[in-house]
Design a protein around this ligand. Structure first.
Ligand code: SF4
Length: 710
């Protein structure tokens, strides 16, 4: 038990960084200062926190970088001045009305974040889709999870994670593909480590082009060449077929597409696959044998599969391994996509992407649009049938002038978007930019015509859903500084200024209740849930239909009936081709990007904590020692990484944890840390997966050379 310090009050909340969703116990002293500790007994973390979560209170207690008041400028070349909320709202509404009247509803867009609370997502989505009449709402979840969303939808019928973290304790084989959870989902990984310590027979397979910290407990590391994941998954599938380790009963009764899949994986010999992947046949066979012998097999993956020009196919080829072996809907078995952001799943529950409708309804389905229109009380036909702009399309549309205004909420696209120079160009050309932010250091402020100061974590109330469908309530614990307001309130005030009905919510709880009602009868039904139940039960896993009691639904598809029209899981045959850009003589290296252990995204919060800079305090490029020797690069020397899109200059870190011909850079650094020549997204490409529109962050062709000052 952790004891309450004298004079403090205790509040339960959820860590606002990664999608693991750890419970935190927050102590508030008489001066309003917070201390965050892991919540004992919480089903996700039972008192543990990683380095980021442990230091969360510093980011709230330090308000020195916070925006306190609305700011506005009357012309592009004028300085922004402090204005009242009323003036900022009136001007923003006037500009939006005028742009919509002149250019149509598709001339405006909202770009939000997987860190937004579900209630915030709900009102933004309702505003633009139901009332403005455009589907131009996308979020940085597009950069993170959208390939997994399409993968689940195509194979299981809906974007529904079938398992819980508790299944980790029951699995006897876990395949981790394209992920480094030891650094990026640390508390979830501690659960895997504990399971391994308890049960040495638990086999861990890691497939990753880099030898990361996650490999420390791997029984086999399949160090694939970048972009060859599908070839690897197919080779394992072929071996499972050859070992007769497929579940014929499951395939016959509960799945479709097996014969076509079988034909497609038999096209390539495992020897050829091993050569393409750059992994020995022995290691691939060892991995396949583990899966073949598994009583309960789980797969986990994240950005290495998702952030790819063929991200959906990578997802499908991995999920297929669970389907052909019937390893789904049973204890310890199933595909678990690891969510990057804390509330990416909650955002999708309310339809917070440009191609979704609330409660996983389909935007392209006229009956679904009609249901939502009726519920929102808007005239038939109010919701546009055409999907809106995805994240990358939004900034391209600003650049080409078809999109006139963008409203950026709780995200920093000038560091996080691929090919970021195009984002800069788009924001420069935009007629009107609104930035809703907590930090006065956000790079987007440079382009803002109106700035709305927002409340941060612990300063507002709402809910989030973690990677295992677990919904938790986050209370308001302290007041926001100055005149900063909760994001949902800002959006509702704006909607009312625009003259729209249905945004006069009394509080966040009322927004949640409206969302919950809209889910009734769907597969993600949470109509039995409200703030009272959530605070009483602490967390609940959806679905939670009316009349539910207890902790919700820990496992889906236990009856082997899937959400597809036929009720059967779909084994999808996919091409194993990688369509990333090709390396050339000029740009011979493959650049991979990712997170480091102690930083979160673009460092607007974790960058404030000195302790978190001790692990890795500046950006770098990891280079294989043999490549470094050839290029005459030493450890710590300044290196220029370049391609046709841009250039960075950072110090070299020599490491044989990556393959020759590959380099790695962290995603976190950008102008917010003072410079833009260390920003890896100067180099990443605008290529996206055609189905998920998720960018190809893990594969850009670059040149690498020692930097010589002219
Ligand atoms: Fe927060 Fe994720 Fe760390 Fe848990 S694992 S403390 S949710 S950052």
């Amino acid at each position: 038990e952790k004891s309450l310090k004298p004079g403090c009050t205790e509040h339960k909340s959820t860590c606002c960084y990664c999608g693991v969703g750890c419970g935190v116990s927050v102590q508030k002293d008489a001066l309003g200062r917070l201390l965050v500790e892991g919540e004992m007994g919480h089903p996700v973390n039972d008192g543990q926190l990683c380095s980021k979560g442990m230091n969360l209170h510093y980011t709230v207690n330090d308000v020195s970088d916070r925006l306190h008041y609305p700011l506005m400028r009357y012309a592009k070349n004028q300085p922004r001045i402090r204005v009242s909320w009323e003036s900022a709202m009136q001007r923003t509404a006037a500009v939006f009305k005028s742009l919509i009247a002149q250019y149509g509803p598709e001339s405006v867009a909202f770009y939000a974040s997987g860190q937004c609370l579900t209630e915030e997502y709900y009102v933004i989505n309702k505003l633009i889709k139901g009332f403005i009449g455009s589907n131009n709402i996308d979020t940085n979840s597009r950069l993170c999870m959208s390939s997994a969303v399409v993968g689940y939808k195509m194979s299981l019928g809906e974007d529904s994670v079938p398992v819980s973290y508790a299944d980790i304790d029951l699995a006897d084989v876990i395949l981790v593909a394209g992920a480094n959870p030891a650094w990026c989902h640390p508390i979830l990984w501690r659960r895997v480590e504990a399971a391994k310590a308890r049960n040495p027979d638990l086999k861990i397979i890691v497939s990753d082009p880099r030898k990361t910290q996650t490999c420390a407990i791997a029984d086999v590391h399949l160090q694939v060449n970048p972009g060859t994941d599908i070839v690897l998954h197919h080779a394992i599938g072929r071996l499972l077929i050859e070992m007769d380790a497929v579940d014929h009963t499951f395939i016959r009764d509960h799945a479709e597409g097996y014969e076509a899949y079988r034909t497609s994986v038999l096209l390539r010999s495992v020897e050829e696959s091993a050569l393409i992947c750059g992994v020995s046949l022995a290691k691939i066979t060892q991995a396949a044998s583990y899966i073949a012998g598994a009583k309960s097999y789980m797969s986990m993956w994240t950005m290495g599969l998702n952030q790819s020009a063929v991200g959906v196919n990578k997802n499908l080829s991995l999920i297929n391994l669970n389907l052909i072996t019937g390893q789904i809907g049973r204890p310890g078995a199933g595909p678990l996509s690891l969510t990057g952001q804390p509330n990416a799943m909650g955002g999708r529950e309310v339809g917070g992407l440009s191609n979704l409708l609330p409660a996983h309804r389909d935007l392209l389905n006229p009956a679904h649009r009609a249901e939502v229109e009726q519920f929102w009380g808007v005239p038939a036909g109010s919701i546009a049938a055409k999907p809106g702009l995805s994240a990358t399309e939004m900034f391209q549309a600003l650049d080409d002038g078809t999109l006139k205004a963008v409203w950026i909420i709780c995200t920093n696209p000038l560091t996080s978007m691929p090919n970021v120079r195009q984002v800069e160009a788009g924001l420069k050309k935009a007629k009107f930019v609104v930035v809703q932010e907590i930090s006065n250091k956000a790079e987007t402020l440079e382009y803002a015509d109106v700035v709305f100061p927002a409340a941060a974590w612990a300063e507002k109330e709402g809910t989030m859903t973690n990677a295992e469908r677990r919904i938790s309530h986050l209370p308001k614990i302290v007041n926001a500084p100055g005149e900063a307001l909760p994001d949902a309130e800002i959006i509702c005030r704006f909607a009312q200024e625009m003259g729209y009905q249905g945004f006069d919510f009394e509080n966040a709880s009322a927004i949640y209740s409206e969302h919950a009602q809209l889910t009734a009868g769907t597969h993600i039904d949470v109509s039995g849930l409200n703030y009272a139940t959530l605070t009483k039960n602490r967390t609940v896993q959806w679905p939670y239909p009316a009349g539910s009691t207890g902790a919700g639904t820990s496992r889906l598809f236990t009856n082997r009936v899937f959400y597809t029209p036929s009720g059967k899981a779909q084994i999808q045959s996919v091409s194993d081709e990688n369509t990333s850009e090709k390396c050339s003589e000029e740009f011979p290296f493959i650049l991979n990007t990712g997170r480091i252990r102690d930083q979160w995204h673009t460092m607007s919060k974790t960058g404030k904590v000195n302790k978190l800079k001790q692990h890795m305090g500046e950006s770098f490029v990891e280079v294989h020692p043999d490549d470094a020797a050839f290029l005459r690069i030493q450890e710590g020397s300044l290196v220029e990484v370049k391609n046709q899109r841009g250039c960075v200059r950072v110090k070299a870190k020599l490491s044989d944890d990556l393959k020759r011909g590959c380099v790695f850079m962290p995603m976190h650094w950008g102008k917010i840390a003072g410079r833009d020549d260390n920003r890896v997204n100067n180099l990443t490409s605008s290529l996206v997966d055609p189905k998920s529109k998720e960018p190809d962050f893990k594969f850009a062709a670059v040149s690498v050379q020692a930097f010589v000052k002219q």
